[in-house]
Ligand binder design. Structure first.
Ligand SMILES: [Fe+2]
Length: 142
């Protein structure tokens, strides 16, 4: 379970960087709304990064804490440093949240099999958040 929690942490870190990259590089008529929404998203992810890292340590696991490890481990890949339109951004952000959902489901299954109640409950919170975001992003993308 330590490895899967660190995988989630890696994905969250790369996703954070990507969301802020998009926040800076977004262009188009909907700049103001997209720019602001991306800031909400990366601020939430930033809080989850700290929460998951401390949860990992509390389980006596080694916590990954370097960008080098995150980049080597993460399934979510960085975006390039270039201007981007919102249609492309929201499709990619949806994919990011779908990856996080898969991570959380796997961790929850492991947690339940080990009676790790707090980990399981934490994953419920994240799954609820990510699934709602996917529903909303599917409306943007439809
Ligand atoms: Fe900003």
């Amino acid at each position: 379970m330590c490895d899967d929690l660190n995988l989630l942490l890696s994905n969250l870190n790369v996703f954070y960087r990507k969301l802020q990259n998009y926040h800076w590089n977004i262009t188009g008529k909907d700049f103001f709304t997209t720019h602001e929404k991306l800031e909400d998203y990366y601020n939430e992810i930033n809080e989850q990064i700290d929460e998951i890292a401390e949860h990992i340590i509390s389980k006596d696991c080694r916590v990954m804490a370097t960008m080098k490890e995150y980049l080597e481990t993460a399934q979510i890949k960085e975006a390039e440093s270039k201007k981007i339109r919102s249609e492309e951004v929201w499709k990619d952000v949806l994919q990011g949240y779908e990856t996080l959902i898969e991570n959380c489901k796997k961790i929850k299954e492991e947690a339940d099999s080990e009676n790790a109640y707090t980990t399981s409950a934490l994953m419920d919170d994240y799954l609820k958040d990510y699934k709602k975001k996917c529903w909303m992003l599917n409306q943007v993308n439809s």
